[in-house]
Ligand binder design. Structure first.
Ligand SMILES: [Zn+2]
Length: 340
């Protein structure tokens, strides 16, 4: 019966009855790609809440392993070259690794006949493949749903600013990200914003705007990837927060990579994935209203955080750099000793 059903699906371009409903209590299949795809679909309603409008229920996607490729596509035509997965409605299987995924672990626009889906290959681990899937698919969402943001000119002089840029800021951001109590989150976040505003006042506008751009584009994708990965893996909020905070331990390598993107050196740009994700995690706890829409509309996450905290929390222009450093270290010390 299974085989017949699969053939009929291939010919009729539609469903075969209602298929088999996968229940949460059922164990996942041993095939890594199929198991991962089912886990994603099972968690569809919870995933849809992370970033409204992104990853709607029934969203098609593809995930592969070394043996096969699975497409989840509950509507439309059969993907060319694919057969139905027995007893599972909406899942399609290709035996082997498609050429576009043989060279790269992700294909943002994988052609499945009547539409494009984001496809990833399980490379080092299933957890990493999940993060990659949600991160890269979010870039596809950004292509149509994110406004352009502020235009600016890349600034020269960034080489002087790169070593050690924002290390103190990142320590404070780490404290804010991992704090359990909302008052502590607000206090560390305010201190972080104060430090960063102080630094930004001394930076060229091109660097400040480039940081905003990368945090908005990559920080949001990083945050979405890690939050959704956490949902599928059943991780608690504090565990996901800790993982986001751990990204902030990034250290600049002794020998900087001589590459540039978005107007910034590679290492500097890379660190902004972490700061952007951490800032957005703070927004998810502190910001009132539809902050995702505000970011999509063009606002940098840091500015949204500044607004969410309100002017009263941000005494500025009243401290020297040394006082900032001492105050920041004291905050960091408290954060460290409190074990948050
Ligand atoms: Zn990215």
């Amino acid at each position: 019966m299974r085989f017949t059903c699969a053939l009929l699906i291939g010919v009729l371009l539609g469903g075969c009855g209602q298929g088999h409903v996968v229940r949460n209590s059922e164990p996942l299949p041993r095939e890594p790609a199929l198991g991962l795809a089912i886990a994603v679909v099972r968690n569809g309603p919870r995933l849809a809440k992370i970033w409204p409008g992104y990853w709607t229920e029934g969203q098609p996607f593809a995930v592969g392993d070394s043996q096969s490729m699975i497409i989840y596509k509950p509507y439309g035509s059969v993907p060319p070259g694919y057969g139905a997965v027995p007893e599972l409605t909406g899942y399609w299987v290709y035996r082997g690794v498609p050429p576009s995924l043989a060279r790269s672990a992700a294909d943002l626009h994988y052609d499945v006949g009547d539409t494009m889906v984001t496809a990833v290959r399980i490379d080092t681990s299933e957890a990493e493949a999940l993060d990659l899937l949600f991160h890269e698919a979010f870039h596809v969402y950004q292509e149509t749903q994110f406004g352009e943001g502020k235009r600016f000119t890349w600034g020269p002089g960034f080489r002087d600013t790169v070593p050690g840029t924002g290390q103190q800021e990142r320590k404070l951001l780490r404290c804010a990200t991992t704090a359990g109590d909302l008052d502590d989150v607000r206090r560390y976040a305010s201190e972080y914003v104060r430090h960063r505003l102080y630094r930004m006042a001394t930076e060229q506008d091109g660097i400040v705007q480039a940081e905003h751009l990368v945090e908005r584009k990559e920080g949001s994708a990083q945050w979405v990837g890690m939050k959704m990965q956490g949902v599928v893996l059943g991780r608690t909020e504090p565990v996901v927060r800790q993982a986001i905070a751990d990204l902030l331990d990034w250290e600049y390598p002794a020998q900087p990579v001589q590459m540039f993107a978005d107007g910034l050196p590679f290492d500097h740009r890379q660190s902004l994935y972490a700061t952007g994700a951490a800032i957005i995690e703070l927004l998810s706890r502190l910001a009132p209203g539809p902050w995702q829409q505000t970011i999509a509309g063009g606002s940098p996450p840091f500015q949204v955080l500044e607004q969410a905290l309100g002017d009263a929390d941000l005494p500025r222009g009243t401290t020297t750099s040394e006082q900032d450093e001492v105050g920041g270290m004291a905050e960091w010390h408290r954060c460290g000793t409190n074990g948050v």
